[in-house]
Design a protein around this ligand. Structure first.
Ligand SMILES: Cc1cc2nc3c(=O)[nH]c(=O)nc-3n(C[C@H](O)[C@H](O)[C@H](O)COP(=O)(O)OP(=O)(O)OC[C@H]3O[C@@H](n4cnc5c(N)ncnc54)[C@H](O)[C@@H]3O)c2cc1C
Length: 466
């Protein structure tokens, strides 16, 4: 009999969540993680660190608004990057402490090393001292996460060309920053570093920023980038970087333009960590991007092996990783649970921030459905006027026949918080009448949901009266 019922490979957000859930269901669990510190990208390099930088950026932006209340505005206030990094370090240590306590309380064993399959039920771990240890368990969950993708011919060098995981490699805010990729992470970092004082240029191959997001959201964020003096160069790639010791780097864009810069952050996407996992020995064939392919129970074609998180190369968000991990753990422990992405919200931490759930307008129209769209601007809300944050909108997409909410996109202050209301409304099958007839606290930003629903209902009534 093996010592464990379940081995989880990877101790990031997905791995820890899977281990906790399986333990609650009675399993003896071991987490194998490459680094001695658990937490993965969420705690150590991605989600939390970027939010600390975001907090500093918001603080600086709010300082500019003091004039309204007679507070003298500090011109050109700057934040000290090293102090921000210290604050990030403290938050990371605090979160790691919380994780360690959780694992100890739940008697979850951990082992530092690189795990790879020897067979579907055997995992060999290369320990930090180079020795190997063979482990066996009836079930395994792969939660090995992802790594940043580099541009062809332009590897990350830890100095000038950095990934979004290496924001701590800088010791000062770069005076001139190029961000390659106008996706969710590229746009988030652009707003942050602009507020911290960088001149920012975003270089994007596609014809618009934030591909895949609702077009009205992308248009608003593009306008805000411009208003903040962030240059967005579309339909262009970064061809090469020229470097001379002691001089700024020169980024040569496709075409003729060359831009001098101090740092380049490449945010063009991520690749799943499956190299060296011994997938062939497990009987698993990865997908075209190297991702682990699973069904809606998070089970691979090999019955004993499940997977969750970034290694699936689906949404690559901590929020999704946690739920995928719960589903994987429950099924590995004998339950029968399906993953449901239909009401999973997205939070995008631009300025203003964005919360989205369900279908986009483009997607719904491509499906040929009968839609009714209700809208409300932040400038229609008393709360926003009080707070002097009037940029943004609510866009609610209803099915014209059933009146049910099928998509919601909010761009504006608190959007990532309040979008959960719409997510629950979709999950519970709420109709436009339900959302309009709610009583909303006044004055609040959430009143935008009621006003957008009222707008949709007006449009529906106009249809029946004409
Ligand atoms: C800048 C940035 C900002 C982000 N902001 C957000 C946000 O605001 N909200 C959000 O929801 N998401 C955000 N994300 C995404 C989020 O960080 C990831 O989706 C999340 O960390 C994925 O968790 P995971 O457990 O799947 O993988 P990871 O966090 O990558 O963890 C995988 C773990 O497995 C280990 N490992 C890998 N291979 C092996 C092996 N063979 N053996 C043993 N161990 C192994 C790794 O060392 C790591 O500890 C952001 C990402 C970035 C880069």
């Amino acid at each position: 009999m093996s010592d464990y019922d379940l081995i989880v490979i990877g101790g990031g957000e997905a791995g820890i969540s899977a281990a906790l859930r399986a333990t609650r269901l009675g399993a003896r669990v071991l987490i194998v993680n490459r680094e001695a510190e658990l937490g993965g990208g969420c705690v150590r390099t991605g989600t939390l660190p970027s939010k600390i930088l975001g907090n500093a950026a918001h603080f600086l932006e709010n300082l500019k608004k003091g004039k309204r209340y007679g507070v003298p505005v500090v011109e050109n206030a700057r934040a000290d990057y090293k102090t921000i990094l210290d604050s990030r370090h403290k938050t990371t240590m605090c979160e790691l402490g919380v994780l360690t306590t959780l694992l100890r309380k739940n008697a979850i064993a951990t082992l530092t090393g690189m795990g790879s399959f020897k067979s579907p039920r055997e995992i060999e771990v290369r320990l930090p001292d180079g020795t190997m240890r063979l482990l066996e368990a009836p079930k395994t969950i792969i939660a090995t996460g992802s790594r940043p993708m580099a541009l062809p011919g332009l590897p990350f060098d830890g100095q000038v060309v950095l990934s979004a995981d290496e924001l701590t490699a800088m010791d000062v805010v770069p005076a001139r920053l190029i961000i390659v990729g106008a996706g969710v992470i590229g746009c988030e970092l652009a707003f942050i570093f602009r507020s911290l004082g960088s001149e920012v240029v975003i270089v994007e191959k596609a014809e618009r920023a934030l591909l895949g997001l609702d077009h009205d959201v992308a248009a608003l964020i593009t306008r805000e980038l411009k208003k903040r003096g962030i240059r967005l160069v579309l339909k262009t790639g970064l061809e090469r970087v020229e470097r001379t010791t002691g001089a700024p780097a020169r980024a040569v864009l496709e075409g003729v333009e060359t831009i001098e810069c101090d740092r380049i952050i490449v945010g063009i996407g991520r690749l799943p960590n499956t190299d060296g996992l011994g997938l062939a020995a497990a009987g698993i064939t990865p997908g075209p991007r190297g991702e682990i392919q699973v069904d809606d129970r998070m089970q691979t074609p090999v019955a004993a092996i499940y997977a969750a998180g970034d290694v699936l190369a689906r949404f690559m968000l901590s929020s999704m990783a946690v739920v995928e991990a719960r589903v994987a753990a429950e099924n590995a422990m004998g339950l029968d649970v399906k993953m449901d992405y239909s009401c999973a919200p997205w939070g995008i931490y631009t300025d203003p921030e964005v919360g989205s759930v369900g279908v986009t307008e483009e997607w719904a129209r491509a499906g040929g459905g009968d839609l009714v769209i209700g809208e409300c601007g932040y400038n229609d809300l008393v709360r926003s006027c009080l707070d002097a944050h009037v940029t943004g909108f609510f866009k609610l997409i209803f099915d014209g026949a059933t009146h049910k909410l099928i998509g919601a996109h909010v761009a504006g202050p608190d959007a990532t918080e309040i979008i959960h209301f719409a997510a629950l409304a979709i999950k519970m099958g709420a109709r436009v009448e339900d959302i309009r007839d709610m009583v909303y606290n006044h004055p609040t930003v959430s009143e935008g949901f009621g006003k957008a629903a009222a707008d949709a209902l007006n449009k529906l009534e106009q249809r029946t009266s004409s």
